[in-house]
Design a protein around this ligand. Sequence first.
Ligand SMILES: [Zn+2]
Length: 622
Amino acid sequence: MTRRSLLLSCLLLAAVSLAGSKSTNVTEATLWFEQFSGEHRILLNKVVEASWASNTDINQENEKAELAARLQLSQFMLSKRQEMDKLFDWAHLGNERLKRMFTKAADIGTSIVTDEAKQTRFGQLRSDMIRIQSTATVEHPDTGEPIPLSRVVSLMASPDVSEAVKKALWSRWRDASGRPVKQMYEEYVDLANEMIKEAGYANFAKYWQSWYEPKEGQDFEQVMAELFNGLLPLYKELHGYVRHALMQKYPASIFPPTGHIPGHILGHMWGGRWDDLEPFTKPFPNEPQIDVTKVMREKNWTVRQMFEASQDFFASLGLGNMTDTFWEKSVLEKLPGVDMVCHASAWDFYTDKGDFRIKQCTEITGHYLAVTHHEMGHIQYYQQYEKQPVVFRGGANPGFHEAIGDTIELSVMTPGHLRKLGLLESDSESDEFYLNSLFLMALKKAAYLPFGYLIDNYRYKLFKGEVPKNQWNSEWVNQRCQLMGVSSPVLRSEEDFDAGAIYHVVANVEYFLSLLLQFQFHQSLCQAAGVTENFHKCSIYGNSAAGAKLKALLESGTSLHWEEALFKISGTRQISAKPLLDYFAPLQAYIAAKNKENGVSVGWGNNCPPDDWYKSASPSRQ
Ligand SMILES: [Zn+2]
């Protein structure tokens, strides 16, 4: 026993026996917390190490080790929760920061459950689902060879692949990765709800929403719904414009009469990102091209160079370089000869010695350049809040963590910065050129809005038990039709589980709020850099005033309620759709006028195309 912990034990014994009740003594509570933090950090590190091993080399042994480490952490959190409840009246500590630390430590989620079998099963289900997604293959419709998701994704994105092949891949991927996780996800939802009830939450959706610390009387889902509704006019114009362009390329027979876009021709397996459609949908095809992938390949860019470009951007803001450990231990390309989880991710190892890593199966493309910045944003967050106590080492809310790298991406992808990187040769400053550039960004970000919202909204409904299990797939399909205006290319049934074919669903990732936040951050940082309009042209590269604002936000971690963190960077405490709408305003005006000119009626029917439509006419629709 160290001298410090001996002192602590004496103090605590004295406190409990003398007062005969729980202590609110700040010194005692601080000492207790320091000791807890030290042990907590070590166990967290073990979990992250084990999880890293099983993510970069999927095998049963690694999976078992990860589950064991997670179980150990759960048991520790539960015992410490019981101890702090016994020793302290922590909700009445006279120090706000310390009280918040205790509040965070008390939130142990499903660790509250003492049943080891349940804990193990819960972890097992999640890793099984991720493994199925990461290792599934489908038969190539032409060659018959088995291909992994990464190949499927690039075929879906290619304008040269036929519509028939895309349709086959669309279904086959869902057969290979959605159907097999259907029962697991059902069990996962039941178990998550059962476990979280012990922690006092009505269901897992409510627990999830608690991470956003809604204020008394605030209805989180209502707030999200209002934000989403505010964005719909922009999305509807974009949807109408893109549908019109797709109708010039594909036969009319594949488009349902309901106004939906069939999901397999959007260039993305889930219809969330449409940027691969840009070459044949952009407003001004004769303007100089912005083709980052092409130039990167011509100039022989390397994976390392992509990460260095991102590091350089953050450094230019005064945020510092990546650590040596980052460069030594990150896995930046697919490892040969092993199965790994290729969905890109960033990791904090809780060593207090700068051990932060990225795992990413990087390809030399513009898309991966954006993903690289996204992941580097997580690393910068880790790095800046490393000095905070472990319980404060997190994003102000989950949306904040996802928004940082994307905020930087908004600067990086401006024509001005692409020129600086040598990725754009044209020096055009014409309005048409900038509308093309803005359009490309809209295909990435505005197109994603209803997809991000759908994923969150759908999961909330499942966890709240509002959808009978035998309607889970039709619920997904119907919500997708309603919110995204995107339909299935082939009829679906309850044998299918299309949502389960999406990594974000099974891995609990959420992006909707981060889409709004990144535009809010971008606008505020640009304003700090002296820019007052045309935020789509603004890059904050090299601006120390913007950098200082961002740094202040990152350093605070979760030590502040996110409203205060937001206030630090933007001067407002409310998440707002306005900066995003401001950003895209010139494009929205242009495409709305164009839709009118082309006689496009924007919007879509509330219901999916009827079964009859799928069954009738050409057999290729089946
Ligand atoms: Zn992320």
